[in-house]
Ligand binder design. Structure first.
Ligand SMILES: CSC[C@H]1O[C@@H](n2cnc3c(O)ncnc32)[C@H](O)[C@@H]1O
Ligand SMILES: [Zn+2]
Length: 428
């Protein structure tokens, strides 16, 4: 496939995003070359005039089936939301609910420019199936909550997910081991999860330091801070995706300095649940890699990473009362290469680089709110929304063109998601 006459964004070594013009040649599932080409008529051509190409966005932390619980419970604290509202309904969910909820999330993500994402949930097989069908790139993990004593059974399920799914979907699916959080995992269980991640040679995915309540619980139960608790369990000896990272002290930042992987910042979810504002500037200054995520649709309420980019930048500027903090250039890197690195797929995706997998999106720039274009990075972060994404290519395949999904029947997903939600509520 040849994308002709396209403006495209690349990040230079100093972290600044620049706009270039040319053609992008995709062969099989990779970016073959970028430049100016003549190709014969056998090559599929895509006119890029008026469009701006970006690397596909990476949503670093998600719970896809929770789209069925979108706006079911809002304006309550995280612990009330999770324990009183989400978990009771999630216990009643079946595979069909998770499949349609998962597909609904994937459709929404693709439509707003997300090409890769990380999922932590139960009943992950159906999510794997939806991911293969939708064509999205997905890092899936069985979320592990040690509420009863069946540790063995839980860990076996997590191991099975790795065995069954890693490398599926032409390599688009990879896996992780996902102990839910410090407060849902006792020390021996957490250590066993770390050992499993070593044994299977896949990274860890865990919620960390999301609320002050979490700090208090871990202090009271174990006499430690959440970061110390994870350190003692060996979590930081592994590549780890740490979701949230809002409440840290000076010693925590020292510990995090050497972390392999990084933190996925979820600004909208943190704001909605009143958790606080992560100190992204300090994390970055400390040398911690920070990516961007939405968290599940039941807390973020939207899966549009363009909104998360705005929120991330705005909140840091407000926190520091300083406009220069977390620039548009910084957040574009968070939503692309940084996220891909934290998901463990940064060698293959995250930038428009020859040799990498062809995951990219074309933004329709011929819009009132995107006119004129003084500075493309600023325009993308501060003015654009997911609705401006025209075309999405994942693994060299067009999954959306002219805002029409090619792999998912949008009407069917909406109808089934509504039906599943109705039935789920009856089961409660
Ligand atoms: C065991 S599967 C994952 C589990 O995580 C819950 N969840 C969703 N969002 C959050 C969040 O922000 N903090 C903590 N836990 C969260 C979800 O309800 C699932 O039960
Ligand atoms: Zn989460």
């Amino acid at each position: 496939m040849l994308i002709q006459n396209i403006q495209y964004m690349t990040a230079s070594a100093d972290g600044k995003w620049v706009v270039n013009t040319g053609d992008i040649l995709i062969k099989d599932n990779r970016i073959d070359s970028i430049g100016n080409f003549e190709c014969d008529e056998t090559v599929e051509k895509l006119d890029g005039k008026g469009m701006l190409a970006l690397p596909g966005l990476v949503n670093g932390h998600q719970h896809t089936p929770m789209s069925l619980l979108r706006c079911y419970s809002d304006d309550v604290t995280l612990m009330t939301w999770l324990n009183k509202k989400m978990l009771p309904l999630e216990m009643k969910m079946n595979d069909e609910d998770r499949y349609w909820g998962g597909l609904l999330s994937m459709a929404e993500m693709i439509k707003s420019g997300t090409t890769s994402y990380a999922d932590m949930y139960i009943g992950i097989d159906t999510i794997g199936e939806a991911a293969v069908e939708s064509g999205i790139r997905s890092v899936i993990a069985r979320g592990l909550i040690a509420m009863d004593s069946d540790y063995e059974g839980r860990l076996k399920e997590a191991a099975n997910v790795v065995d069954r799914w890693h490398g599926k979907g032409d390599g688009r699916i990879t896996t992780m081991i996902a102990p839910h959080s410090p407060y849902m995992c006792p020390p021996d269980f957490l250590r066993a999860a770390v050992n499993l991640s070593k044994e299977k040679n896949v990274p860890l995915h865990i919620h960390l330091a999301e609320t002050k309540d979490e700090e208090k619980m871990i202090q009271e139960k174990h006499g430690l801070r959440p970061v110390e608790y994870l350190k003692q369990a060996g979590v930081f000896d592994r590549h780890v995706l740490l979701a949230h990272g809002v409440h840290f002290n000076d010693a925590d930042y020292e510990t995090l300095k050497t972390v392999q992987g990084g933190i996925i910042h979820n600004p909208v979810s943190n704001a909605k649940l009143g958790c606080g504002i992560s100190d992204v500037k300090r994390l970055m200054d400390t040398g911690v890699k920070v990516g961007l995520g939405t968290d599940g649709p039941a807390s973020a309420s939207s899966l549009d990473l363009f909104l998360e980019m705005k929120a991330a930048s705005w909140f840091q500027k407000l926190k520091y009362e300083e406009a220069a903090v977390l620039s548009a250039h910084d957040v574009l890197s968070m939503a692309t290469q940084n996220g891909a690195d934290i998901l463990g797929i940064g060698d293959e995706v995250g930038s428009l680089t020859v040799g990498k997998k062809a995951d990219l999106l074309l933004m329709d720039m011929n819009k009132l709110h995107l006119t004129p274009s003084h500075e493309h990075a600023n325009l993308l972060v501060y003015s654009a929304t997911g609705q401006d994404v025209d075309t999405v290519i994942i693994d060299g395949k067009i999954v959306m063109r002219g805002r029409e999904l090619k792999t998912i029947d949008e009407e069917k997903v909406i109808a089934n998601a509504k039906e599943r939600t109705k039935e789920l509520l009856v089961r409660l």
